[in-house]
Design a protein around this ligand. Sequence first.
Ligand code: SF4
Length: 409
Amino acid sequence: MRVFWKTFGCRVNQVETQALRERCEAPGAAEAASFEEADACVVNTCTVTAEADAEALRLLRRISRRNPAARLIVTGCLATRDPGSVREAAPHAEIVGNAEKAGLPALLGCSPVPASFGVTGLRSRSRAFVKIQDGCNMGCAFCVIPAIRPALSCKPWPELLAEVNGLVAAGRPEIVLCGIRLGRYLSRDEAGRRLDLVGALERLLELPGAFRLRLSSLEITDATDRLLALMGASGGKLCPSLHLPLQSGSTAVLRRMRRWYSAEFYRRRAEAFLAAVPKAALFADVIVGFPGETDAEHAESLAFAEDAGFSGLHVFRHSSRPGTDAAVLAPLPERTQARRAAQWRALDERLRAAFAARLVGQRRVVVPELDGGQALTEDFAAVRLSVPAKPGLLPVAVTAPGLAAPAGG
Ligand code: SF4
């Protein structure tokens, strides 16, 4: 049986697909390069924006039209939130909600994955992603995630330790820990002692082997002094880049978004990170055109982001999600949203260009991708290598913006 896999959305969804694929690989389910040649298609959907919904539904319609004989299994956040829209797009789809996702391989004759979605990394790229936490119950006004993944759960420490050990033994040079609320990681160690994210990182950083750890998106209130101190003292083994969602640089808008920090608080923590961690690089998400955002608030937000020390931004236009508090608010005119989004994107380009220029003449350690040409520095700059290299930890000198050459020990 040939299986076509397609994943939309965040790192957590990507890791979950990876765990499912690994489980379905062994008993002879070969992978199909395209859905046209597949006997079964598994689509893991996202619903974080209206565009994410539309993209997934477009694919489901195409699969139904062009390969109606293939079995179609649809899972993920859209399938959980709105199974009706999935059925409408693909009436023959088998729908598997997030709560049953771990059992999905059974539909293909394979055994279920553990509820914590552990991966072996044997089929991953040079960077391996490990999901250590799931769920959020914060209720930000724009966000649909608490309606879909409301229960907080964490990978038990023994499983996390075994998974990371396995990835290091398999030669993965970079391991990225991810979760919906990564900072809420909580487990118990072998002696039954409480182990939070920093405690788990301390233990993982002690493992022998040539590897480094990276954190995926983290909330600003989880960037504690303990975490920054650990990162700063790790000598790059805990990568010095953080992705801390800002959403808005206007405290009034943050309040209406039901975020739990002020712009001033964010600035203080960002400064603490940049001061405490050598080679620190800071990235953030921003939401453009939240309902009711005035021109003055937009300008305030943009000005905040100009000088908060960011190396790059991920810019999202506000997308009204059914069932969220913001869904009942009148959206801003399309023209206003488009104009503001263009200003944010221009700022992002300036910040990224300045970051790339800052690195020139400096040394970094990169992890090359499997093609050997592209690589990622510890502070999350993408560079092209002058000489392709195998995946591993490779010291380089940055010779020009976006370019690096091997630099020896
Ligand atoms: S945006 Fe808010 S509600 Fe959504 S996942 Fe993040 S913290 Fe939870």
